[in-house]
Design a protein around this ligand. Structure first.
Ligand SMILES: Nc1ncnc2c1ncn2[C@@H]1O[C@H](COP(=O)(O)OP(=O)(O)O)[C@@H](O)[C@H]1O
Ligand SMILES: [Mg+2]
Length: 272
């Protein structure tokens, strides 16, 4: 299509100017013979250019339509694509009640590997770990070492190629996706390629914090803000939880934005 459209304009202008040449050539002879006046030849040249300019517009329309149909078929490809990650027939996982904690690991990986494409090196290679409830795990590594990819395996944004990933003792492939993604909250870094970006939308602090649980009470919101160490700057706002947030959280600093998104992930953590 690029080749076609790059050739279309020069060709139409070439035809147009060849036409003008032909009219002048033939018309000149006719004027000499006395069949035509010079004015008639000039009028003819003008009519001809006007007509051909309109034809150029139509030719450009063809280009626009070709582009549109090429784009449309690509968009349809995306819309018709069937996700390979499905949760059909998965039954809700029974979670241990608080206080009656069964001895299942909150998270366990068993020889989990993941690669971004056939032939590509493993981004996550044979990871085995077990994280008991209530414990914290930090993963440190250079850029591109697979930290974000490892985290994406937990809410099942990707399926491990080999090995398995389990949350609360159940393989993530057996969880209903809605429930899994309610239990697992992620706070991506702003510029990351992870599908969900850490973003704030215009509204109030409250409306940004209650995405995961619309019924969250003020105490729950303050507890989440406390844990994310965001309570201080929110308390300093005269409107508190109802302080306005601009699109993208522009009226907050980078660190404050990050803390608010962490607080959002912590809301509803007891209600899964
Ligand atoms: N969507 C993707 N498609 C292909 N390769 C990717 C994709 N995301 C990450 N990678 C590759 O996987 C490796 C691990 O990336 P990542 O998990 O984002 O690293 P980290 O978070 O530790 O900086 C890198 O080599 C990166 O190039
Ligand atoms: Mg990363």
């Amino acid at each position: 299509m690029g080749k076609l459209s790059s050739i279309l304009n020069p060709v139409t202008f070439l035809v147009m100017n060849l036409g003008v040449c032909a009219i002048l050539w033939v018309g000149g002879i006719q004027v000499n013979v006395g069949e035509l006046t010079q004015g008639q030849v000039m009028a003819f040249v003008n009519y001809m250019t006007q007509t051909l300019t309109s034809i150029v517009y139509v030719a450009n329309l063809v280009v626009v339509f070709t582009k549109a149909s090429a784009s449309a078929s690509r968009i349809n490809e995306v819309l018709n694509c069937v996700p390979s990650i499905t949760d059909e027939d998965n039954q809700p996982v029974a979670l241990p009640k608080p206080g009656n904690v069964a001895p299942v690991p909150a998270l366990s990986l068993s020889h989990a590997s993941f690669s971004f494409g056939a032939g590509a090196a493993n981004a996550v290679n044979d990871v085995t770990l077990e994280l008991p409830l209530g414990k914290t795990l930090g993963i440190i590594g250079g850029t591109g070492s697979g930290k974000s990819t490892l985290v994406s395996l937990i809410p099942r944004l990707y399926d491990a190629g080999t090995g398995s990933v389990s949350v609360m003792g159940a393989d993530v492939r057996t969880w209903p996706l809605d429930q899994l993604r309610h239990v697992v909250a992620t706070v991506p870094q702003r510029a990351s390629l992870v599908p969900q970006r850490a973003s704030l939308v215009s509204g109030t602090i409250r409306s940004n914090l209650t995405w995961r649980d619309e019924a969250a009470t003020d105490e729950e919101l303050w507890a989440a803000l406390d844990m994310a160490q965001a309570n201080e700057f929110v308390r300093n706002k005269p409107q508190g939880l109802d302080a306005p947030v601009e699109a993208g959280g522009k009226n907050f600093s980078g660190g404050q934005r990050q803390r608010l998104t962490i607080a959002r992930a912590l809301v509803a953590r007891h209600r899964s």
